[in-house]
Design a protein around this ligand. Structure first.
Ligand SMILES: Cc1cc2nc3c(=O)[nH]c(=O)nc-3n(C[C@H](O)[C@H](O)[C@H](O)COP(=O)(O)OP(=O)(O)OC[C@H]3O[C@@H](n4cnc5c(N)ncnc54)[C@H](O)[C@@H]3O)c2cc1C
Length: 370
């Protein structure tokens, strides 16, 4: 019987497995996919997660591949409304490390135990000896504890249908990673037609995102190319654009007996704001040091506090992400003017420092000492 079984080899499950392995815990990780999932989603990793990833050795690998974003700009009508200075944060890593999610997965995969692929866990049963994980192929895995890191699609392993209140928002976005100039500065263009985000990536590329409202997007490449040009003056070739929507959900609990839930399986926040993966990494990396004593001696000191802190952090991130989503909607000229004026006043005063800290996840309870 393995000490800990991790279900799901997304960034959160891999980070947990790599950290547990570095701590000498007997850990196995399984994923139902036969190969690493394609496409890129999360690109920005903030200081708290970078600091906690040091224990497994992942931070160096991430930093060597990433662009370091020290500065952000909120822009409107072709002008800078306010600058956001990550490089002035009192943090161990005063920047956002930006890299494709596939690179993050590669770094973590090299440090985690080998992922057992094609293993689809369909049920978890707890008994006195531990937890029995049943697979779609009829196999079984036994472990002292199971951590569910299965993302949104796997939450049925733990929660009853309807147990997590989920809000679906009408906002849709087009997104692509393209070759574009712009330097290591993150730019958020809050324009009348809707937000355009432009974030640096390695190798002279940028992540472009444009709000599309509730309308169906017939051709994401054409929509994104035209939206970034007309709203933000960014002239680029776009190929391979995708679209995404916004859900908001935070589970009522993260633990049932010897089964614990982390990452998107427990909470989903709007991708506008870029904190979902970071939130999950912080769940996993603050859980890791509590797991070994728990499975070995039954000492679960700290788990209740961990659960309370992680749920509070998830609710906070969900609220912030929603605010970002609302700010990024199209606005009539008068509302756009009022929004720009209010943001300028807020971000250029002491509110600017608070906003930077919130965006960089300095208010997450796991950020203490990072
Ligand atoms: C467009 C977009 C952009 C984003 N940008 C950012 C960003 O910049 N920064 C940020 O912090 N976040 C961002 N996010 C959010 C981020 O992508 C997610 O929060 C993150 O991927 C969640 O990781 P996870 O490991 O919890 O889940 P997942 O990445 O969903 O991984 C779960 C894994 O579990 C496996 N699995 C599922 N069910 C089972 C089962 N029953 N048995 C075995 N395996 C199973 C799946 O195959 C999958 O590999 C973005 C999201 C989107 C959509």
């Amino acid at each position: 019987m393995t000490e800990v079984l991790v279900v799901g080899a997304g960034p959160v499950g891999l980070a947990l497995a790599a950290d547990l392995r570095a701590r000498g815990v007997d850990v196995e990780i399984v994923d139902r996919r036969d190969a690493v999932g394609g496409g890129t989603r999360a690109i920005g990793i903030h200081s708290p997660a970078l600091t906690l990833l040091e224990a497994s050795g992942a931070t160096d690998g991430i930093r060597s591949r990433a662009v370091r974003i020290g500065r952000g700009e909120a822009r409107a009508d072709g002008r800078v409304v306010a600058a956001i200075r990550f490089d002035r944060l009192r943090a161990r890593h005063p920047y956002v490390a930006a890299l494709p999610q596939s690179d993050t997965l590669e770094v973590l995969t090299a440090l985690a135990p080998p992922v057992r692929r094609g293993v689809d866990v369909v049920a978890l049963h707890e008994d006195r000896a531990g937890v029995r994980a049943v697979t779609a192929a009829g196999g079984e895995w036994r472990a002292g504890a199971v951590v569910v890191a299965s993302g949104w699609s796997g939450r049925g392993l733990v929660y009853r249908p309807g147990a997590i209140r989920t809000r679906h928002y009408r906002d849709r976005y087009a997104m692509a990673d393209v070759e574009a100039a712009g330097g290591p500065v993150a730019r958020v263009h809050l324009e009348r037609g809707g937000v355009v985000e432009s974030f640096p990536l390695p190798d002279g590329r940028r992540r472009l995102v444009a709000w599309a409202g509730a309308a169906e997007i017939a051709d994401a490449d054409v929509f994104l190319r035209d939206a970034v040009a007309s709203r933000a003056g960014i002239e680029v070739e776009v190929a391979g654009a995708s679209t995404f929507g916004v859900r908001r959900a935070v589970a009522p609990a993260l633990r049932r007996g010897r089964i614990v839930v982390v990452g998107d399986a427990a909470h989903e926040v709007s991708p506008i704001g870029g904190q979902g993966m970071n939130l999950g990494l912080l769940d996993a990396l603050t859980l890791a040091p509590l797991l070994a004593p728990w499975v070995r001696t039954g000492d679960d000191a700290g788990l209740a506090t961990w659960e309370r802190d992680r749920l509070a952090s998830a609710r906070h991130a969900a609220r912030l992400a929603l605010l970002n989503t609302l700010l990024g909607r199209a606005a009539a000229p008068s509302a756009h003017h009022a929004r720009t004026t209010a943001l300028r006043a807020l971000l250029r005063g002491p509110g600017g420092a608070a906003f930077t800290r919130a965006y960089a996840m300095r208010f997450d309870r796991a950020a203490r000492g990072t």
